[in-house]
Design a protein around this ligand. Structure first.
Ligand code: ADP
Ligand code: MG
Length: 684
């Protein structure tokens, strides 16, 4: 039923290769490549009604002269257009050939984002349509797909049309009862409509079905995993050991009550009758790392190995250094930890593998390189994952299927309400660290406009002079023509001019080599770098308690949950910390959203308030956070559908736990392809 892409008209080898980069090899995958957003081609509005930061359509006549300017790498074309209500300037980047189209006196529809430059409104890089062309698409919703270099939206749209025009029908794998009970549309209708909806109402109906399906598949996978791991006998002989109390006593702080309780839960699991599968949820800065260390120390004291997996090398390196410090401080010298990451040379890796296999090392810290097949453990009893990205159900399943599966501990700072966590992590027991260390001063926040920048710089300098360190976050790595937002590279250059030369400034972004990134992070951690300009690569887990100021440029470009994670990089020590959200536009809705962060430092509260503000109609807003990314569903916005899917899963499994009955044959097939295709990429 599903065909290779090359069997479609107009698809040659080259196009096929390009689509493979998007993970699309066949027509079924193409159909499941849902639009990321839709463009609604509304009626044109008078120029006097256009609004800043909104995408608008106007119908106007070219009345001004055409100007071409060059600034840096860009050639900028500007022209003034008018209608009965007013005038507006349009501008394009690097499109010199517009010269022949933009003739004085001609009338076109222009559609683009309106922004304010030097106090005046203008439209950036608008698309142009003849009146006849716009008439055809007016009032429709057109799909907007995720793209990669060489693949245009038009290419995807055309191919999807071609497949739909062939009228291939896909099997309906949900029973009539389930569909009726949960008000779900037919699968083929949903698939067709999600690509080419005729109206918002249709789209909502179609989308609901696909979101439901995605959640259902996921929940069924998690539940099957639970069945597998639930009653596995704990074959490791682990006994409580005084050493952990000694570690706790030697800490420079007292564990919070919540930390202590969770530690007892972990200890009970490790020394109990069945294998541990536990999730620790705790807001940024709640102190999860020490619990991981305690669990690993206990495990190695009982003669077994344990592994701690982090999502980035920077974080793995940091955990490794902190553990070394902790062991030294407690005077433990019979445990040898080792760090294994993608940056190790082949030779180093070989030595590390040998040490792991022979049991010469007991605690292994690293990135996901840790669970690759080449790594043979001597006697692995515990696997811990920090920030759980990339450590999905699939990996847990792989561990579960081993001859001697280890205990599993998953640590996460993603704020998910308990009811949802129970569904999403159905195979794990959940512990919550619901308090921050008492010694912490709450972070002081402010939301400001860009005119506040000089004041902010003065403040930053003052903090640095008193010995503290500072992060400044920019949304982009380098300059881009499509987006008007601060970028790390140019911003750093600017700062070097602004700040006195004895302040050391450096930058960090995801396109740098892991080795360079590690070096920069180490230099920041040791205080060598005082001001670090960075993209969101530092979002997860980084711990430099001496950093007390975070300033986020273009804060409007980030989701609230993401900003909250970012902010978690400060306020980790005894000093008063500050977070400055720089709002790069003057849109009121943005100010309202940022105000939530300004008022609260509580991750759960922020997630729920953000949801309220966006309302259920905002299907395609900024995603809450980088992880838990489903293909179409959003756990926050679609929480109600998630709950329904969970109910449906329970009903289905109560009658047929292995999906082996005739009535679930198609569903089971679908599940298998889901596990093959989707589970890999999901960070749960
Ligand atoms: P997260 O939960 O975000 O992973 P970490 O484990 O990195 O947080 O802890 C953040 C900082 O707080 C670290 O510097 C850690 O040493 C410190 N810390 C952890 N627990 C406590 C505590 N009970 N009291 C004071 N500081 C603590
Ligand atoms: Mg952490």
């Amino acid at each position: 039923m599903s065909k290779r892409l090359s069997e479609l008209k107009g698809v040659g080898e080259k196009t096929e290769k390009l689509f493979e980069k998007l993970g699309i090899f066949n027509t079924e995958q193409l159909m499941n490549y849902y639009p990321r957003n839709y463009e609604s081609f509304d009626r044109a509005i008078p120029i006097s009604d256009v609004q800043e930061e909104k995408i608008c359509t106007i119908c106007a006549v070219i009345t001004g002269n055409l100007y071409m300017n060059r600034t840096g790498r860009y050639q900028i074309t500007t022209v003034t257009v008018s209608d009965h209500s007013g005038k507006i300037t349009l501008m394009w980047f690097n499109m010199p050939y517009l010269r022949s189209t933009l003739k004085k006196g001609c009338q076109y529809y222009f559609r683009g984002k309106v922004s304010r430059k030097n106090g005046r409104l203008q439209m950036e890089h608008p698309q142009m349509y003849t009146p006849a062309a716009y008439d055809k698409i007016e009032n429709t919703l057109q799909p907007v797909y995720g793209l990669t270099k060489g693949v245009t939206n038009n290419m995807i749209t055309k191919l999807v049309r071609q497949v739909l025009d062939e009228n291939t029908m896909y099997a309906e794998y949900l029973s009539d009862e389930i569909r009726q009970q949960f008000h779900l549309s037919d699968y083929n209708y949903a698939l067709q409509t999600v690509h080419f909806p005729n109206s918002m109402d249709e789209l909502i109906v179609a989308r609901k079905r696909l979101v439901f399906d995605e959640f259902l598949m996921f929940i069924l996978s998690v539940q099957q995993l639970k069945e597998k791991s639930e009653c596995i006998h704990n074959s490791f002989e682990i006994k409580p050991d005084w050493i952990t109390d000694e570690v706790i006593d030697s800490l420079p702080y007292k564990l919070t009550k919540a930390q202590t309780n969770v530690w007892y839960e972990i200890e009970r699991d490790l020394t109990g009758h069945s294998l541990m599968s536990r999730l620790i949820q705790g807001d940024v800065g709640s102190g999860k790392t020490i619990l991981a260390f305690l669990a690993m120390i206990l495990t190695s004291q009982n003669g077994y190995q344990s592994a701690l997996m982090a999502p980035t090398e920077v974080l793995a390196q940091q955990h490794y250094s902190s553990l070394l410090k902790l062991l030294k401080q407690t005077g433990i010298d019979n445990i040898e930890p080792i760090l294994l990451t993608g940056s190790n040379t082949a030779k180093e890796k070989r030595i590390i593998y040998e040490k792991i296999e022979s049991g010469a090392v007991q605690i292994i810290i690293g990135t996901h390189a840790l669970i690759q097949e080449k790594v043979h453990y001597h006697n692995l009893a515990l696997v811990i994952t920090d920030e759980q990205h990339r450590f999905g159900v699939k990996q847990r399943e792989a561990l579960c299927g081993r001859e001697n599966p280890p205990h599993v501990l998953v640590m996460s700072a993603t704020p998910i309400p308990r009811t949802l966590a129970i569904i999403l992590y159905g195979d794990l027991d959940i512990s919550v660290i619901d308090e921050l260390p008492a010694s912490r001063l709450p972070i002081k926040n402010c939301v400001v406009g860009t005119s506040y920048r000089p004041t902010a710089y003065k403040f930053i300098e003052k903090e640095i002079r008193s010995g503290r360190q500072v992060y400044i976050i920019c949304p982009m790595v380098e300059e881009s023509e499509a987006l008007d937002a601060e970028n790390v590279i140019d911003y750093t250059k600017k700062l070097i001019d602004v700040f006195p030369s004895d302040i050391s400034i450096s930058y960090l972004h995801g396109k740098m080599k892991p080795k360079e990134k590690n070096q920069i992070m180490q230099d920041f951690a040791s205080g060598k770098i005082q001001l670090l300009v960075s993209t969101t690569v530092i979002e997860v887990g980084v711990n430099v308690p001496n950093a007390t100021v975070m300033m986020v440029e273009n804060a409007e470009r980030f989701g609230l949950a993401q900003l909250h994670q970012l902010r978690g990089r400060v306020g980790r020590g005894e000093h008063q910390s500050y977070c400055i959200f720089m709002q790069g536009n003057q849109v009121q809705e943005t100010s309202k959203r940022l105000e939530i962060l300004n008022k609260s430092n509580d991750g759960f509260y922020i997630a729920s308030e953000d949801l309220k503000l966006r309302g259920p109609g905002d299907l395609f807003g900024i995603r809450q956070s980088g992880d838990l990314e489903f293909r179409i569903g959003d756990i926050y916005n679609d929480a109600a559908i998630l709950k329904e899917a969970s109910e449906a899963a329970a009903q289905i499994l109560s009658l047929d736990p292995n999906l082996s009955l005739e009535q679930n044959y198609l569903l089971n097939l679908k599940m298998n392809s889901y596990k093959r295709e989707d589970l890999n990429t999901l960070g749960i």
